[in-house]
Design a binder for this molecule. Structure first.
Ligand code: SF4
Length: 194
């Protein structure tokens, strides 16, 4: 039977995402940046070393090759992004943020209104909201077969080894725990409630 709350929840999520996008757009204008430029900065501020190429940016944002490349060039020219050649494969470039690029990403995301609203909630309320959103996202990713680009610590290949290290079973690299808080394009989602 159809859940009667579905359209109410959908309305709420749509309204929240519109407010979210509008606030981010306004923040970007003060730096002469369009939303897509900010999205590149946000992504590069959160992705791991397996996911910092122009192709990964394009796949994450769902933009065309041309749009992604123009955005990266503009951000490079403004001094917010640096391109570095891969040490093993000279055809591959890695992207990273300069100090000023990182400062913009951190000032504008999360938007001030969301940050303030979440700070007014208790830890229990925030934990419960986070869990519900994670489950909703996981369910939708499985339904749409879009399981890549998740938080490393929620990946099936993430195997904690100690208080400070984990093993990525896909790449067989032992990595610091902090790395688990980043976005990875190789991410494979765990089943909901696993
Ligand atoms: S554990 Fe998963 S998300 Fe983390 S680095 Fe390995 S493949 Fe990527």
């Amino acid at each position: 039977m159809k859940n009667t709350n579905t359209s109410n929840i959908c309305d709420l999520l749509e309204r929240l995402s519109t407010l979210f996008r509008n606030e981010v757009r306004q923040a970007g204008l003060s730096h002469g940046l369009h939303p897509v430029h900010l999205e590149v900065l946000f992504y590069l501020n959160r992705c791991n070393k397996f996911s910092d190429t122009p192709a990964a940016v394009r796949d994450f944002l769902g933009t065309t090759k041309g749009t992604t490349s123009q955005s990266i060039t503009l951000l490079e020219n403004k001094g917010y992004v640096i391109k570095t050649k891969d040490s093993h494969d000279k055809r591959v470039f890695h992207l990273s943020l300069t100090e000023s690029g990182k400062a913009i990403a951190e000032q504008t995301m999360p938007p001030t209104s969301l940050r303030s609203a979440l700070e007014r909630c208790t830890d229990n309320e925030n934990n419960s909201l986070k869990l519900q959103l994670e489950n909703l996202l996981a369910d939708m990713q499985i339904e749409t077969s879009s399981t890549a680009f998740g938080l490393c610590q929620t990946c099936i290949y993430h195997l904690p080894k100690s208080q400070t290290l984990f093993l990525c079973q896909l790449t067989q690299q032992t990595l610091p725990k902090k790395f688990g808080e980043l976005i990875c394009r190789e991410h494979q989602i765990k089943a909901v409630n696993e």
